[in-house]
Design a protein around this ligand. Structure first.
Ligand code: EPU
Length: 346
């Protein structure tokens, strides 16, 4: 291995600033990746051969319960550009380490609408496809063209299209068969030239109406601004109060179970799905069990959105998982519904 190929590994690296819960854990080794060549050098470095790898972007979707005995890859690849256009769409590529929200703001500034509903989601571009981020009536998968990723085992660069990524609700190939196998290095989005607003989500429609957009069709910037306002009002800023956004997915149950629950709980918030099943608002279920605002030690349920667990200062990943388990038990006992964690728990 030549000198230029050897990776700049840092031993005993603190991850507190690399996970939005702010858990104070360390990685046995870490390597900051600013160029693809550094990624290849890091995964081939004999000092870390055989060790587990943890890919960290913004760290907004992980629960680190203990020190990580392996190599943390801190993805800091930057760059974004309009790569091509055809009659129907613009194609915009962003490197995996670009902060998601800044990227969305930049597309709008370039006159390329289409991602505005996903404003203010914490994390990086490279993390977006893994859980197929979504909010206020839009999922990233609807604007996705392809991505480039490095396969850890071989160092091969692969290009995956939407079909290969198998996007679902907060789900993709990278949470299943592809788990821990790839590092995403860039993502290309397809932004249709015929733009139509997605403004139907209740909280968003209310905010737009309050901003004077009740009758008229809102523009992309108005939607962006409204999403930012709604998120700021409901969701805690991870820089102020450690959290990983929604801690649980909204569970999807069959129609019979949903109907039975509705008889007992007429206020139950539910969304019929295309396949006949019904998605339930986990925040409502947790709230109904009385958990909103409650804490267990330094881990707590956010007081404005019961789906968000927070670190009030000094909590560990174990504390948050203990709180999550207590909530899961209550929701299962009361409603017969199993809540599944959204972030990756390590
Ligand atoms: N609700 C309550 N109590 C609560 C929280 C919610 O009764 O404490 C009710 C609300 O009144 C509303 C319903 O539950 O009727 C849904 O709440 P909300 O609109 O806040 O959305 P959500 O289903 O809780 C999902 C996403 C969020 C996303 C919003 C907006 C998931 C797991 N979460 O939350 O995504 O921002 O919709 O689209 O799908 C994230 O994934 O990290 C995230 C924040």
């Amino acid at each position: 291995m030549s000198q230029s190929d050897s990776a700049a590994l840092i031993a005993g690296y603190p991850l507190k600033a690399h996970n939005t819960f702010g858990f104070d854990v360390r990685a046995q080794f870490a390597c900051r990746i600013e160029h693809e060549s550094q990624l290849l050098a890091a995964v081939r470095d004999p000092r870390v051969a055989g060790l587990p790898r943890l890919v960290l972007g913004g760290g907004s979707n992980v629960v680190l319960t203990r020190d990580f005995a392996g190599l943390a890859l801190l993805v800091a690849l930057r760059g974004r550009k309009l790569v091509r256009e055809d009659d129907d769409a613009w194609y915009v590529e962003a490197a995996a380490g670009e902060p998601w929200h800044d990227f969305v703001a930049w597309t709008l500034a370039q006159g390329l609408p289409g991602l505005e509903n996903l404003a203010l989601i914490p994390g990086t571009v490279g993390a977006a496809p893994i859980q197929n981020i979504g909010a206020y009536g839009l999922e990233m998968g609807e604007r996705f063209a392809s991505l480039r990723a490095v396969e850890l085992a071989t160092g091969a660069v692969v290009e995956l299209d939407a079909e290969a990524c198998q996007f679902g609700y907060r789900d993709s190939f990278f949470k299943r068969e592809g788990r821990d196998r790839f590092v995403i290095v860039s993502v290309t989005f397809r932004l249709p030239k015929v733009w139509t607003p997605r403004a139907g989500y209740a909280d968003l429609a209310r905010e737009l109406a309050a901003n004077g957009h009740a009758g008229a069709q809102p523009g992309a910037q108005a939607i962006f601004d409204a999403v930012v306002a709604v998120r700021r009002a409901k969701l805690p800023d991870p820089l102020v109060l450690g959290n990983a956004g929604s801690f649980f997915k909204n569970p999807v149950v069959d129609a019979a179970q949903s109907d039975a629950l509705k008889l007992k709980e007429p206020d139950l918030v539910s969304y019929p799905q295309a396949d006949g099943r019904v998605k339930l608002a986990a925040g409502w279920l947790i709230d109904r069990c009385g958990w909103k605002g409650r804490s267990m030690g330094a881990a707590a349920v956010h007081e404005r959105q019961a789906l968000v667990l927070v670190n009030r200062g000094g909590a560990s990943g174990e504390d948050v998982l203990a709180l999550a388990q207590a909530i899961q038990q209550d929701v299962l006992a009361r409603f017969g519904v199993k809540l599944e964690a959204e972030p990756v728990c390590l």
